[in-house]
Ligand binder design. Structure first.
Ligand SMILES: Nc1nc2c(ncn2[C@@H]2O[C@H](COP(=O)(O)OP(=O)(O)OP(=O)(O)O)[C@@H](O)[C@H]2O)c(=O)[nH]1
Ligand SMILES: [Mg+2]
Length: 229
């Protein structure tokens, strides 16, 4: 691992947004407050509400895209910034932006990926069905990769920028799992960092059942490809 010094000027925070007007203001204000307004913010937006206007007012770069699912938006979002450290979040006020300095510190220590582990503290704010699903996804991936991972679908991670461009990303609903599992399988330095998880502001766009099947399929495909592909 090679250590380098980073400041908030080296940080980009990126997200997909689909009708998140109830949360986008809070999320972007939190990022600005925690980073002294120095992080670049990239929003890939598919909304038909006021989300993009609110994001632009706060200085974010807004890229418009038709609604094609989580991964289509987040792939474009993570590949856009030129800054050396890229952090993903959901735009629903569930993830603690206060943890950004800690994530940057971990990258500075030399990690390639820092993954927010929501299950460590119990994730009481997560619906029980989703919590159970996440425990099952983590066990499945751990078995297939022979390496213990604890939260494979978290939306909050920091990545060293080069890694994002070194790997080809193929998944949509399962992109979050893919963004953890391919680096783990390829021997990058990955660490899971416990984070608090809050209840969502605004409506979910995810159907837990069909979304869950898509994620399970992505985990199987990605782990198979990494081992035999
Ligand atoms: N641009 C774009 N963003 C999307 C799309 N689908 C989801 N998102 C965004 O991706 C992020 C994650 O989606 P969520 O609805 O929070 O999904 P989740 O976290 O799995 O589930 P809940 O938080 O429980 O609803 C949010 O910021 C959404 O607004 C899409 O088709 N296009
Ligand atoms: Mg969410």
């Amino acid at each position: 691992m090679s250590a380098e010094t980073y400041t908030f000027d080296d940080l980009a925070v990126v997200m997909g947004t689909y009708n998140e007007e109830a949360a986008v203001g809070t999320v972007l204000d939190d990022i600005a407050a925690v980073t002294d307004d120095r992080a670049e913010v990239v929003v890939v937006d598919s909304s038909d509400d006021d989300t993009p206007e609110i994001a632009r007012e706060r200085g974010a770069t807004v890229i418009e895209q038709p609604p094609r699912g989580y991964g289509e938006a987040v792939r474009e979002a993570v590949l856009t910034p030129d800054r050396p450290v890229v952090v993903t979040t959901d735009c629903d006020d569930t993830y603690p932006m206060e943890a950004l300095p800690q994530f940057l510190d971990r990258i500075e220590e030399g990690y390639d990926v820092v993954s927010g582990d929501r299950l460590y503290y119990g994730a009481d704010a997560m619906p029980p069905f989703n919590r159970l699903g996440n425990v099952a996804f983590a066990l499945l991936a751990s078995l297939l990769l022979a390496e213990r991972v604890h939260d494979v679908t978290t939306g909050m991670r920091a990545y060293r920028r080069e890694l994002l461009h070194e790997i080809e990303w193929t998944e949509n609903t399962g992109l979050s799992a893919e963004l953890l599992l391919r680096p783990v399988a390829r021997g990058y330095d990955v660490v899971e960092e416990p984070i608090e998880y809050r209840e969502r502001a605004g409506e979910t766009t995810l159907d837990p059942l069909s979304g869950g099947f898509d994620i399970a399929r992505s985990i199987l495909r990605v782990c198979y490809e990494e081992q035999f592909g």
